[in-house]
Design a protein around this ligand. Structure first.
Ligand SMILES: [Ca+2]
Ligand SMILES: [Ca+2]
Ligand SMILES: [Ca+2]
Ligand SMILES: [Ca+2]
Length: 367
């Protein structure tokens, strides 16, 4: 009992801390926290089985052209590898979820009547497209709706991207029982400074400050499973960058890895679809109520183990000093997010007390 109370207090302190860091509460307009699903959200072993089951109670409407099908391709591979990730998708020109399964599966309707190949005009950018989306929402069958870009975001203007955002905000206000999920457009080799990334940043920034849900398609494909980033190296949707093709290189270095299992992955390499399918499950578990990994789980694999301790040691700065970035793609902000438990800007021995309290066996997922 005593231990339980201490845990509750610690969690409470973290909620306050995270709130301060993210600036939540400063913006009275956002009633809820943003949920950003990016390259860190792919280690599905971190998701407790309970939250996978809760996710299967949710219902999903998805609309897309070919790039968006990458998520579905990854979902199929993951279910074949691990049956707990059971998913039922009904792709059809008429609205309707697949039947309830026993044992349950996460159910998705894929399309926006009367078609399944859904361009911007068919979902959000024209009055008739918006009405088609509303017709699906009006059925009351869905908790969530998401639409995926093809290549359009590469050449979008600020105004067009804002129109996309505004339309989803409008849908959320019309359907308070549903959430409409933003996406970024796939990478195109134009790097950090390219129009694509600037427009994607526009979506990211809006989502973060307005309590929206974002499935960050571009960010997921711009990182390998070790979180090395390739955007600055000019990566595109196939994983090609200035030094080669990262999916090919990573899978050659990890022969037989589950993430490299072959699938038909439109415009891309299997691992990119596999990562996106996993990130989708992570999103659904979060939407079902899972609070995500412990802050001290630096590598987001579900445990707080020796690997995370190594990062704590790298971030350790001493009282009053700013922490150093702990890994290749780490940042001062991320050291603080993970380890500055008392929120005073440093990572020191006071913070280590909290780290020690949540330290667990390797591979032991927090319930
Ligand atoms: Ca970990
Ligand atoms: Ca301190
Ligand atoms: Ca501290
Ligand atoms: Ca671990």
């Amino acid at each position: 009992m005593h231990k339980h109370t201490a845990v509750v207090r610690t969690v409470g302190a973290w909620i306050v801390f995270v709130g301060v860091v993210l600036g939540a509460g400063a913006d009275a307009a956002s009633a809820q926290d943003a949920l950003i699903i990016d390259h860190r959200c792919t280690k599905v072993e971190a998701i407790p089985a309970y939250w996978l089951e809760q996710a299967k109670l949710l219902t999903f409407h998805y609309a897309h052209t070919s790039h968006g099908s990458q998520v579905n391709s990854g979902l199929v591979v993951l279910e074949a590898q691990q049956p707990i990730f059971s998913c039922a998708v009904r792709a059809n020109g008429s609205e309707g979820l697949p039947p309830v399964e026993d044992p349950p599966a996460l159910r998705m309707y894929d399309g926006n009547p009367p078609e399944t190949y859904i361009t911007p005009e068919d979902y959000w950018s024209t009055a008739s497209g918006r009405d088609r989306t509303r017709a699906v929402a009006d059925t009351g069958h869905y908790g969530y709706s998401m639409w995926s870009w093809c290549g359009q975001q590469s050449s979008n203007s600020v105004q067009t991207t804002q129109a996309y955002i505004d339309t989803l905000v409008q849908f959320e206000s019309e359907y308070p029982g549903m959430r409409f999920i933003l996406m970024t457009g796939h990478t195109d080799g134009s790097g950090v400074g390219g129009n694509l990334n600037q427009r994607n940043n526009q979506v990211r920034s809006f989502a973060s400050s307005n309590g929206m849900i974002l499935f960050d398609f571009a960010d997921i494909e711009a990182h390998d499973p070790d979180w090395n980033g390739y955007l600055a190296l000019g990566c595109n949707d196939n994983g090609d960058y200035s030094g080669g093709n990262w999916p090919t290189l990573w899978c050659a270095a990890h022969p037989g890895h589950d993430l490299c299992a072959a699938c038909s992955c439109a415009h891309s390499q299997s691992i990119i679809c596999n990562l996106k399918g996993r990130a989708f499950w992570w999103m659904m578990a979060r939407l079902a109520g899972w609070e995500g990994t412990d802050p001290a789980d630096y590598d987001w694999d579900g445990d707080v183990d020796g690997a995370d301790f190594g990062r704590f040691a790298d971030c350790l700065s001493g009282p009053g000093a700013a922490p150093a970035p702990a890994m290749a793609n780490g940042t001062v902000a991320y050291c603080r997010e993970a380890f500055d438990a008392d929120g005073d800007g440093d990572v020191d021995l006071s913070d280590f007390e909290r780290f020690q309290a949540v330290f667990s066996e390797s591979g032991k997922v927090r319930k």
